[in-house]
Ligand binder design. Structure first.
Ligand SMILES: Nc1nc2c(ncn2[C@@H]2O[C@H](COP(=O)(O)OP(=O)(O)OP(=O)(O)O)[C@@H](O)[C@H]2O)c(=O)[nH]1
Length: 202
């Protein structure tokens, strides 16, 4: 199980939310912030965890999360989007693959993370598909993607979906995902104060 790394992408500006989404929390037993929940989850399943922020200023705010098995790294170039976060994260790991999670996904289920990490590891990303949309922010990527990511970044691309364009990908279909997480809560992400209030009252 501990053959892969975990990468948490936390370098966004949270403009729609108005404050850093990593430090939001939802009611529940032992209420934890999103970043606390995800670091805890990934350290229980992964060989190492890399938390990718955008710059040294943000890094200072996350300093307390760095431990012996959680490393904080800053994007090679700040404000260049999630693609730069993936590039930086994959460049920092010692393992061949990483489960990548966005910091604004507070319901990633341990069974879903374990399932994705147990998929056969080769040169192809493992990408769940929900409502016909590839879930690139909760997926497994091989470290061998780094040169392709570099080329995409040089073209000015910022979006993770661009990775899927010229690459063999193992897509996991929704029926299969529902067997693991029937309501697909793992793929919920939170972007706005309205979405957060809805989740808080549900
Ligand atoms: N490391 C890194 N992560 C990023 C970057 N941009 C976005 N992310 C992360 O990627 C995930 C998805 O980001 P978005 O929701 O599209 O953007 P956001 O900046 O978080 O939010 P908005 O400003 O409201 O669009 C989140 O976990 C972000 O923290 C970046 O430049 N670097």
């Amino acid at each position: 199980m501990f053959t892969s790394a975990g990468i948490i992408l936390a370098g966004g500006r949270s403009r729609r939310m108005g404050r850093d989404k990593a430090f939001l929390s939802l009611p529940g037993p032992g209420e934890r912030t999103f970043v606390e929940y995800l670091t805890h989850l990934l350290t229980s399943l992964c060989h190492e965890v890399v938390l990718v922020v955008r710059d040294t200023e943000q890094m200072a705010r996350y300093a307390s999360y760095a431990t012996s098995n959680i490393r904080l790294v800053a994007d090679k170039v700040a404000d260049t989007g999630p693609l730069m976060g993936l590039y930086t994260g994959l460049g920092a790991i010692a393992t061949t693959h990483a489960l990548v999670v966005a910091v604004d996904m507070p319901f990633v289920q341990p069974v879903m993370a374990s399932f994705l990490l147990s998929c056969p590891l080769d040169e192809a990303p493992v990408v769940p598909v929900v409502k016909a949309i590839p879930q690139v922010l909760l997926a497994v990527y091989p470290r061998t993607l780094v040169p392709q990511l570099e080329a995409l970044l040089q073209e000015g691309r910022r979006d993770l979906r661009s990775v899927l364009e010229a690459r063999h990908v193992h897509y996991i279909d929704e029926t299969h995902l529902r067997e693991i997480d029937p309501q697909l809560r793992s793929f919920v992400n939170v972007n706005t104060p309205e979405e957060l209030s809805r989740l808080r009252s549900s």
